[in-house]
Design a protein around this ligand. Structure first.
Ligand code: GH3
Ligand code: MG
Ligand code: MG
Ligand code: MG
Length: 311
């Protein structure tokens, strides 16, 4: 009884200079349901690999022009090359050839004449392993995203903020450039929740996060949710003047969102208070000092009447 494998939609690239071998491989693997592409030398294989992104490469060792070993070496440096299993199928049985095949990146090795039931299982297992590996890597990337993004506002979370702050603080110390920090706190937000409900409060935070993110243009600048209704912007290589300008832009952008807040004690809309700090770090120091300075400025913005920037 022949079973068809579930991963059979996979594309197999067969590379061999002997047409008869290619034909045999094609027929037996097509029977399993795999899709097949062929190349008759190393050069063609490299082109086909880049165009077709196969799930596995079955590679002959001895071929004219680029041989299997050289081909395998070059495959590793192509996009997706590290993730695609290469199975060497060759008449060479000596230890040196086997060692060399593994050294250049082949993941498995079978010798000719081909033992078909074994080849079938090897191909199947290599494709399965590679698919599992890719799912795992995708899951890891998603996990990495989830641990650094705030679920409510979809901007960086506190963890990411601290990570990035540490990194940029050290970079600015090395390059002796100023790092600026903006701390932004929503005014009378407790009473906003009390007036409109917690869900409306959540939507308000989403709008504010989006608005801050929109005002920040440089890829190196990071907008983060620093606490409940507090946001932070890290601005590497930015002077105090640049940071104040951006803070003023954020302050008026939030005011101009015109989110109604009838119990605000200063006007009828949601506003924010902002503290700004700039420092050219010393190698031995850490970023807590700049946070303390920005926090103090934020406190001054609050006590001076809110809806404003202090530094
Ligand atoms: P101030 O102008 O002095 O900043 O007054 P405030 O009311 O904003 O300050 P306070 O720190 O007393 O209140 C912050 C409020 O933010 C309290 C808390 O319920 C609310 N808050 C924090 N996180 C969230 C959240 O994720 N969703 C909602 N809806 N509210 C939040
Ligand atoms: Mg050959
Ligand atoms: Mg607060
Ligand atoms: Mg507040």
């Amino acid at each position: 009884m022949t079973t068809t494998f579930p991963e059979c939609q996979a594309l197999v690239l067969i590379v061999d200079d002997e047409p008869f071998i290619r034909k045999q491989l094609r027929l037996s693997l097509e029977r399993e349901g795999y899709r097949i592409a062929e190349a008759e030398n190393g050069r063609e294989a490299l082109v086909a690999f880049q165009e077709l992104h196969p799930d596995i490469v079955l590679l002959d060792a001895i071929m004219s022009d680029i041989d299997g070993f050289e081909c395998c070496t070059q495959l590793q440096s192509l996009e997706g090359g590290q993730h695609t299993p290469v199975l060497m199928i060759t008449g060479l049985e000596d230890q040196e050839s086997v060692d060399r095949a593994f050294a250049v990146g082949a993941i498995d090795y079978v010798t000719k004449p081909i033992h078909w039931p074994v080849l079938r299982q090897r191909v199947r297992r290599l494709i399965q392993q590679s698919q599992t590996q890719q799912k795992l890597e995708a899951a890891n990337r998603e996990l990495q995203r989830l641990v650094t993004i705030d679920g409510l506002t979809q901007i960086a979370n506190r963890r990411r903020f601290e990570e990035y702050c540490t990194q940029e603080w050290q970079r600015m110390a090395r390059e002796q450039l100023p790092l600026s920090l903006i701390l932004c706190d929503v005014d009378f937000f407790k009473s906003y929740n009390d007036t409109y409900g917690h869900q409306a409060g959540d939507r308000c935070l989403q709008k504010i996060a989006g608005s801050i993110q929109n005002t920040v243009k440089r890829p190196a600048d990071l907008v983060a949710r620093y606490g409940g209704e507090e946001f932070a912007v890290i601005l590497p290589s930015t002077s105090i003047e640049g940071a104040i300008f951006l803070a003023e832009t954020i302050c008026s952008a939030i005011r101009n969102l015109a989110i109604l807040h009838r119990n605000s004690l200063i006007n009828s809309y949601v506003t924010v208070s902002i503290g700004v700090a700039t420092e050219t770090p010393q190698i031995s120091s850490d970023f807590q000092t700049i946070i303390a300075v920005a926090d103090q400025a934020l406190y001054e913005a609050k006590t001076a009447g809110r809806d404003r920037v202090k530094f």
